[in-house]
Design a protein. Sequence first.
Length: 248
Amino acid sequence: MSDSKVLDNKNKINQTQVLDNSTTDVDTHLFNDELVSTYLLDNPGYFSRNPQVMANLKFSDNKRGVVSLVERQQQIQRQKIHLLEEEITQLLTVANYNERLFTVYNDLYLTLIDSKNLSTFLDALEQTTTQLLNLASFKLYLTNSDIAIGHGTIVKEDCAAIIAKRFDHQDYYFGRLRFNEQQAIFADQPAGSVVLIKLSDAEDCLGFIAISSNDAEHFSPSMDTLLLNQFRTLVAKLLVQQLKKVGF
């Protein structure tokens, strides 16, 4: 056998041994980690019997370098406390906002019930939306084209296609509108995001309310509809009463 072939064979053997050793090292490392984890979980008294081990444990920290077990536990505890404080703050913010909404809606309902005519009825809805809730616009679309109401909140364009698309098996639409939809409902008024609220009388669709916000993220599909359900039911009922007063 030539010297070159002998060298080739030796190189192949060495490469195979290196690969075998590398694989064995990885397997042993994983196997030992698993054994240590299992042992510690099955023997919670280990550190009580060996306090010197716990005292000498060190952990690598990206920001602080090497830290002790106590320092690491304190850091994790501080992080948990910080997250809890953030959650509590968010919950309090939502609770305060919901309480304010509840008060606004209650006052609105009383005003709507006491409205003498359709004009004051729509005025109350618009003022509550734009002034008290600080939203951009309030609009009302009625499916009965024979109803002629001279009020700035009434949508005059045909929105039948919007009803068919946005209220397919649902009573609300949250989010953004296409340009042609926005033009039909709000004309030249900007609308970052909207909520469309379907109004019904029994099985009949009366139309919908459209409320817009300049904030593109204000109205989103994840929004809760608990208060809106009450709003939708009461407004539809009172709207029917007001329309009957003017002969519709």
